[in-house]
Design a protein around this ligand. Structure first.
Ligand code: SF4
Ligand code: SF4
Ligand code: FES
Length: 493
């Protein structure tokens, strides 16, 4: 059993395993110690000298990030001496920092800005001009680098070395001419580049995808789960509620992803915006598309199912919906109506067992394991993961209910698959995205909610549940998730 150390921070007693630093203990206790270079997911560098604390009985202040807790130690984070030291440490970081906050993308969530408001000195002591350095460099991936804004904390260098092991970045030269940059001829070329934007405590790294699009204080963030693959990273989703526009995704500390997420997952907000959404229920009559309301739409579908009978109905189900939606869907169609033909709809080119060694998996569906568990529960379909699209098409049911994959970006064959389905007898497309609008002749289309607009859960690759707990209001008025749509349909039986 590991040895336990008992000590105090600001008078509060704490017990931690031997080897824990004062900074780690304070982080767990939610006691704020100002810092730039320390990050809970990286090694200690101890270079920003900002996290100074007082250790009772010792003459000088010490940095909390590299100070191991010892038995009986008493740490003070808030004395006048400590506060004065923070002011000076911050002042040194600002000596060469440009004053371009008004056009810097990090404004509003910049460590320098925020700490200046908390512990700033407000009166510059400098007479000499600032050292100028290169700005707006395209260093690869999603990244733009402004080297003047850099405070040389080395977080980005350590991320490259320790997390992606790509080592494209370094700190060159010395003194106040020291500069962050890529090695000659190198670019940052892995799938995790936007994490550098997140961990850079200032605005030196910004995201090509997000920069200059929106001031962060206009955005609302809600906790969610990335639907980009079966890892199910914990994320925060950022949208402007007034217009219902989504702008970006950032990783949230979680069991499946630690502190990071991949660049592919960062794009999982795009399909939620109105331009790419299925907005209306419609039916086709004599080649003409007719928009109808939800009541009429579900009434017509119910009549069609009654006309052919459940033995001539089949379900074609993608793995991008929640456990709760599958439960309601199968409970009605299989449990109540007695439909027996159920097929999995998966991307035919997927490499199910691919894994990049960090987070991204070849299974680009958020809920393969939840779907399999529900199929097993209801004793329907193939009990092994596999694409059964062709079998579903050749089995030629008179009515097919298709749960269309939510995210076209993770399903390259979506358009050609939809084209094939449109030629069948009668398919009801339940869909988040509007890909079906690009194809003529769909007989019945039902819009449903995207992952950001509903409560529920996904079961990830490891069998762990990722919860969608705080939905945004849907950008489309009057639509429902698959579970509520199914319940409304059941009222006609
Ligand atoms: S670019 Fe950002 S993360 Fe990298 S050393 Fe500079 S301040 Fe730190
Ligand atoms: S690894 Fe998968 S779940 Fe995580 S961010 Fe990337 S696509 Fe999303
Ligand atoms: S956080 Fe401790 S020296 Fe930077």
């Amino acid at each position: 059993m590991s040895e336990t150390i008992n000590f105090k921070i600001d008078g509060q007693s704490v017990s931690v395993p031997k080897g824990t630093t004062v900074m780690q203990a304070a982080y767990q206790m939610k006691i704020k110690i100002p810092h730039f270079c320390w990050h809970p997911g990286l090694s200690v560098a101890g270079v920003c000298r900002f996290c100074l604390v007082k250790v009772e009985g010792r003459p000088k202040l010490e940095i909390a990030c590299n100070l191991q807790a010892s038995e009986g130690m008493e740490i003070l984070t808030d004395t006048p001496e400590v506060k004065e030291a923070h002011k000076w440490a911050l002042e040194f970081h600002l000596v060469n920092h440009p004053l371009d906050c008004p056009i810097c993308d990090q404004a509003g969530e910049c460590g320098l800005q925020n700490y200046y408001m908390e512990v700033g000195k407000y009166q510059s002591q400098m007479e000499r001009p600032k050292v100028l350095k290169p700005k707006a460099l395209d260093v690869g991936g999603d990244l733009v680098l402004d080297t003047e804004r850099c405070i040389l904390c080395s977080r980005c260098v350590r991320f490259e070395k320790e997390v992606t092991k790509s080592e494209a970045l370094g700190i060159f030269d010395r003194g106040d001419h020291a500069i962050i940059g890529t090695y000659p001829g190198k670019k940052i070329e892995h799938k995790y580049t936007t994490n550098l934007v997140d961990i850079c405590p200032v605005g030196a790294f910004t995201s090509k995808d997000f920069r200059f699009k929106q001031r962060v204080w206009f955005l609302k963030d809600k906790q969610s789960v990335c639907p980009g693959c079966s890892t199910g990273c914990s994320i925060d989703l950022f949208a402007k509620e007034q217009t219902g526009t989504y702008y970006r995704i950032k990783p949230r500390e979680g069991e499946s992803n630690g502190y990071w997420m991949c660049d592919t997952g960062r794009g999982m907000y795009r399909h939620l915006n109105i331009e790419t959404r299925q907005r209306f229920h419609y039916v086709s009559k004599n080649g003409q598309k007719i928009d109808i309301d939800q009541k009429e739409s579900l009434n017509q579908l119910a009549s069609k199912i009654k006309e052919v009978g459940p033995e001539h109905v089949s379900l074609l189900v993608s793995a991008q919906y929640t456990n709760e939606e599958y439960e309601a869907f199968f409970d009605f169609f299989v449990g109540k109506l007695g439909v027996k033909k159920v097929y999995q709809w998966r991307e035919p080119t997927e490499k199910l067992n691919d894994f990049d060694g960090i987070l991204l998996r070849g299974d680009r569906n958020s809920n393969t394991h939840g779907l399999m568990a529900t199929l097993k529960k209801y004793g329907v379909g193939n009990q092994k993961i596999g694409n059964e699209f062709d079998i579903a098409v050749s089995s030629a049911a008179k009515v097919v209910i298709a749960l269309v994959p939510e995210i076209p970006a993770t399903f390259p064959s979506l358009q050609s698959n939809l084209q094939t389905l449109v030629s069948l007898n009668f398919v009801s497309f339940w869909t988040v995205n509007s890909e079906i609008e690009k194809i003529k002749g769909a007989k019945h289309v039902v819009p449903v909610k995207g992952f950001s607009e509903k409560k529920g859960s996904f079961t990830n690759h490891f069998g762990k549940l990722g919860h969608l707990t705080s939905p945004f209001v849907s950008v489309i008025e009057g639509i429902n998730c698959v579970a509520s749509t199914t319940r409304k349909l059941s009222e006609y039986f």
